[in-house]
Design a protein around this ligand. Structure first.
Ligand code: HEC
Length: 184
């Protein structure tokens, strides 16, 4: 079994991770619908935490730690995106259109695809980004961080993009931040 897993192509493994995730998501949604208590984190963080639990935790994990090689962490690595118009447009694009292509985050490489299966409303996208930034990226968040609003998400969404185009935008921004010494 071990050898088979080690030999499996990356894409297959990624698929396995996502399939497992989908089951988890269904469970989570079911639990919420049934009026079960839900996670403590979701209660503490409000709407953003609820959206995170239902739409993101499946891949990025409940603690936002990600999976080595496939799914990047969302902890302490995103604050520098929140202070510029380009960076904010990128975050809105990622949660709206997904992203595909190799990236480096915190000095590690990830090769995965984030696809949007269940689209978020403008409100949900704003809330989940605010949750991820405030609860998991406090240290790297600019002091004058202005929370996302549904109106800002709607404005960014006027420019539609493919997951590959979102990746190209991220790479260009990452190179620029690196040149300015602001990359993580
Ligand atoms: C199907 C699995 C999956 C789901 C669901 C998912 N993501 Fe992702 N996410 C990924 C993968 C894989 C990447 C890396 C994509 C790449 O390499 O181009 C990523 C990348 C990101 C990034 C960019 C990180 C960086 O450092 O550039 C952000 C931000 C992000 N996801 C946020 C979210 C949020 C918020 C949600 C929920 C609304 C979510 N993701 C749902 C798999 C997922």
């Amino acid at each position: 079994m071990r050898a088979a897993v080690r030999g499996a192509p990356a894409a297959l493994l990624a698929l396995a991770v996502c399939a497992a995730g989908a089951a988890f998501a269904a469970d989570t949604a079911g639990a919420a619908a049934a009026g079960a208590a839900g996670s403590t984190a979701a209660q503490a963080g409000g709407e953003g935490a609820r959206v995170y639990a239902q739409h993101c935790a499946v891949c990025h994990l409940p603690n936002a730690g990600g999976s080595p090689g496939f799914v990047p962490p969302l902890t302490g690595t995103l604050g520098h995106f929140a202070s510029s118009e380009d960076g904010r447009a990128l975050l809105a694009a990622i949660v709206s259109w997904g992203m595909t292509g190799a990236i480096r985050v915190g000095g590690r490489s990830y090769m995965g695809a984030m696809s949007i299966v269940r689209p978020l409303s403008d409100e949900e996208a704003a809330e989940v980004l605010n949750y991820v930034l405030r609860d998991h990226n406090q240290a790297s968040l600019p002091a004058d961080f202005a929370p996302f609003t549904a109106a800002e998400i709607q404005r960014h969404r006027a420019r539609k993009a493919s997951p590959g185009e979102v990746h190209a935008a991220r790479q260009a921004l990452a190179r620029r931040l690196e040149a300015e010494g602001k990359a993580r």
